[in-house]
Each structure stands twice: as structure tokens, then as C-alpha cells.
Design a protein around this ligand. Structure first.
Ligand SMILES: C[S@@+](CC[C@H](N)C(=O)[O-])C[C@H]1O[C@@H](n2cnc3c(N)ncnc32)[C@H](O)[C@@H]1O
Length: 219
């Protein structure tokens, strides 16, 4: 009888402990699932949003042949270089290894942070800069070498922008898709690895202009 009473007295307390530990686990699981979803959203969103923009420019990294072709187009060139939509920084880093002061503009912050890490790991962080920026909102006027791996829909608009901003000594290198109006000075590679180089001085006739404005008159 005494034993029966004891077990009767302990019952509600045990129930209480059991339910509070169950609700503790519940909270923990909810927090873990919620946290995972938030982290997933934060990582995935920057990769998905470029595809939802008016001009869809997703992250498709350059192949090693493509990078090799870009570097071929940069032979005998020096100075500053920009990769427009720099992805994981592979072109910027390869150019920095060839002695360029190389800069990347990229919308996706994860790719920019990863690019900075890669540049540091490869020992070229002093010659590289990566910015989280929208390519349509920055000026590329002070770069002499410009690399872009775009998509056909954006090329006419980008061609117009670069035509307005760049100096006559600029060389523009297009990967995979050419510009619609400029005539390339040089083409290398084939298929998806094709790369086109455009010297603005030729498309604008800058050389002719500079000859025209330096006439010598004899007195
Ligand atoms: C085709 S990938 C090229 C990546 C890199 N240049 C390469 O060759 O490996 C294009 C990159 O442009 C970025 N991007 C898309 N829209 C952009 C914008 N408005 N401004 C800056 N970067 C953009 C994408 O996130 C993507 O990483």
C-alpha cells in the first residue's frame, strides 16, 4: 500500500520532467532546421538571383583552355586588367600571376570572398582586388585590359558601355560570345573556348586621328 502511494506521488513529477525534456529537444530540432534553412538561403540566393535578372548571367567558370586563350591575347600587354563578372576569380588570379594589376567585379559576395581567399592562397593578393559590385553601375574607364565572359543578350549593351568609357589604348577580350558590332583584331581557340580580342584604337580609328592632329608646318 505504502509502495503504491509512493509511485502515485512520483507520477506527475516524472511526467513534467519528461515533457520538458521533450520540448527542449523540439526547440533544438526546430532551431537546427531553421538555421540550416537560413544558411542554405544565404548561400544559394546569390547564385540564383543572376538568373532571375533581366539579363541572365549565371556563374559558369572559364575552362583552363579558355584561360590559356585569354592569356595568349594578353601577351605583349601590361598595366591594369579587369574581369567583368569575375566569378571565383580564376581569370584575375591567372592575370596577376602574369604581372597584371588585376581587378574583378562580381555580384555574388560568396564568390568574391572565395576569390580573395584564392588570391591570398596563391600569393597574388597584393596584385589583385575583388569588389562586390553590379557591372552596370561601375565605370571601367581606367582599365587598359578588359576581359568579359558574358552572354549574347548583354553583349550589345556592354559594347556600348565600353565604347563610351574606355580609352583608345584599351584591349577588350571576349570569351565564348563575341561583341555584335566590333570587328575582332584577333581570334583564338574554337567552340566554347573561343576568345576574341578587340583593340579600340582600330575600331575607333584612333591611330589615323593621332596622325591627323600632328601636322608639321614649315615656316
Ligand atoms: C559566365 S560567369 C564568368 C566568371 C569568370 N569571369 C570566369 O570566366 O570564370 C559570369 C559571372 O558574372 C556574375 N554576374 C552576373 N551578373 C552580374 C552583374 N550584374 N554584375 C557583376 N557580376 C555579375 C555572375 O555571378 C558570374 O559569376
Amino acid at each position: 500500500m505504502a509502495l503504491a502511494n509512493k509511485s502515485h506521488e512520483a507520477g506527475p513529477q516524472e511526467d513534467c520532467e519528461g515533457s520538458s525534456s521533450r520540448s527542449g529537444w523540439g526547440l533544438l530540432v526546430t532551431a537546427a532546421v531553421g538555421g540550416t534553412l537560413v544558411a542554405l538561403y544565404a548561400v544559394v540566393t546569390p547564385f540564383v538571383t543572376p538568373a532571375l535578372r533581366k539579363v541572365c548571367l549565371p556563374f559558369v567558370p572559364a575552362t583552363s583552355t579558355q584561360i590559356w586563350n585569354v592569356l595568349k591575347m594578353l601577351e605583349n600587354r601590361s598595366g591594369s586588367l579587369v574581369d567583368i563578372g569575375s566569378g571565383d576569380g580564376r581569370i584575375v588570379i591567372a592575370a596577376a600571376k602574369r604581372g597584371f594589376k588585376a581587378v574583378g567585379y562580381e555580384l555574388n559576395p560568396w564568390l568574391v570572398w572565395y576569390s580573395r581567399y584564392r588570391a591570398w592562397r596563391d600569393g597574388v593578393h597584393k596584385n589583385t582586388r575583388f569588389y562586390i559590385s553590379d557591372l552596370w553601375k561601375v565605370s571601367f574607364s581606367h582599365y587598359t585590359n578588359v576581359v568579359v565572359f558574358g552572354v549574347p543578350q548583354m553583349m550589345p549593351q556592354l559594347e556600348k558601355k565600353l565604347e563610351e568609357e574606355l580609352e583608345c589604348n584599351a584591349r577588350i577580350i571576349a570569351c565564348r560570345f563575341p561583341f555584335p558590332c566590333w570587328i575582332p583584331d584577333c581570334t583564338v581557340g574554337e567552340g566554347i573556348d573561343t576568345v576574341w580580342a578587340y583593340d579600340l584604337k582600330h575600331s575607333r580609328g584612333c591611330e589615323t586621328k593621332s596622325l591627323e592632329i600632328t601636322p608639321k608646318t614649315e615656316s
